[in-house]
Design a protein around this ligand. Structure first.
Ligand SMILES: [Zn+2]
Length: 400
């Protein structure tokens, strides 16, 4: 068989054994690459295959690898890695952790991906989240399994640049559509046959019932931002920094007990839902006060196409909404960043239909509070919480 025929036959094997994954499997584009050592994927649904290394593999083994790599893409392992902030040799332990999250959902009636970790290899029970394997799992010695940036978000030397056209790879908006399609296939497969793997079912349920309680999510995100700035970091999902690990008695002074300065940039363009905006502001107001941020340390900037003058307010209800028309929040964010004293955290409330600054704001964290149905996503370095109309039912689900 030619390499192309081997890939086609492996993909058919995968789609036959994992039919609910077919739309993801057939969205994949294969790229022939050397030095991969086997099979890896990037975040754009491209699977890199080292034909020299895999020429003796059966369709089954190659097919299992495809299902495994698609698992990284569906479960958003790259963005979850970025949230954790991997350093140095954390990367291979993270790969083992995300592999363990995937592999316990693979059927044990066929071969497993080569040298890929199972929960038991990390000394833990199955059906946990990758973050749990990462924090609590034992490190495997001598593993070199990489899986590519689909698993950890750090592009490998064999990967192609991000797609500039639909032929090159799948772009962000379509990735989300594929995820939702697979999730609903998993649920209907469960209804018809009752045999969908537990971890995938949980993933599909949480993706499709993503009307999470936004207050809870906003609270958690805002508290985490404030805590990290003031030094009271909750390390439950993070590893202590290497510096702290080397000299445990040394307290890093810049991180201790500083009350963060917060700026709120508020989109006041015509497309904003005023009720949601008021709810969001009230919630942020309360959360900041509860987190120990003095309200006189909060400045609010209103912004449509041009930033209004900074308003210093004592509570959300004092904010005057002005403006209308198009939005360019870069102007408002810029006004917040240039203000004195400089903020540590900028909370941007918007419907998302705006340009964003092109690069990260160095030491300033940015949290986007996105209002309305299906707002476009901000750039990856901006943390985001989506707020939907509470007229819809709220379902509490586990999220990462
Ligand atoms: Zn993997």
């Amino acid at each position: 068989m030619t390499p192309a025929e081997r890939l086609a036959s492996a993909r058919l094997w995968a789609a036959y054994h994992y039919p609910y994954m077919a739309s993801a499997l057939f969205a994949v584009r294969f790229v022939s690459a050397e030095n991969v050592g086997g099979v890896a994927a990037d975040e754009h649904f491209r699977i890199y295959v080292d034909h020299a290394q895999t020429s003796s593999w059966t369709s089954e083994l190659l097919g299992v690898e495809m299902v495994h790599q698609v698992g990284h893409l569906l479960r958003g392992h790259a963005s979850r890695a970025r949230e954790i902030g991997l350093v140095g040799d954390d990367l291979l332990h993270w790969v083992d952790s995300v592999d363990a999250e995937i592999n316990d959902d693979l059927s044990n009636t066929h071969a497993a991906p080569v040298d890929s970790a199972l929960p038991v290899d990390l000394g833990l029970a199955p059906s946990l989240f990758a973050e749990e394997y990462f924090v609590n799992g034992e490190r495997r010695a001598g593993t070199q399994r990489d899986c590519g940036s689909a698993a950890h978000g750090d592009p490998r030397q064999w990967e192609e640049p991000p797609p500039s056209s639909d032929i090159d790879g799948i772009r962000k908006g379509e990735t989300d559509l594929i995820r939702r399609r697979v999730a609903s296939e998993i649920l209907s497969h469960e209804q018809r046959h009752g045999s969908s793997p537990a971890g995938l079912l949980r993933w599909a349920n949480s993706l499709l019932n993503s009307r999470v309680d936004w207050r809870r999510e906003l609270g958690a995100t805002l508290r985490r931002g404030v805590a990290e700035i003031s030094g009271a970091v909750d390390y439950s999902y993070r590893r202590p920094s290497r510096r702290a690990g080397c000299s445990p008695d040394v307290v890093l002074p810049s991180l201790r007990h500083r009350v963060p300065r917060v700026s709120v940039v508020c989109d006041t363009s015509a497309s904003m839902n005023e009720n949601l905006l008021t709810e969001a502001l009230t919630e942020i107001d309360g959360l900041l006060a509860a987190s120990g941020v003095r309200l006189d340390a909060v400045s609010v900037f209103t912004c449509d196409a041009e930033a209004g003058p900074a308003q210093l307010v004592r509570s959300a209800s004092e904010i005057t909404l002005v403006g209308g028309g198009g939005t360019d929040l870069t102007v408002g964010i810029d006004a917040a960043v240039q203000s004195s004293p400089r903020p540590d955290l900028v909370v941007v409330i918007t419907d998302g239909w705006t340009p964003w600054p092109t690069s990260t704001l160095r030491t300033i964290r940015v949290l986007a509070v996105l209002l309305g149905e299906n707002p476009p996503a901000p750039p990856g370095w901006v943390q985001a919480v989506a707020i939907k109309d509470m007229a819809s039912p709220t379902v509490e689900v586990e999220t990462h």
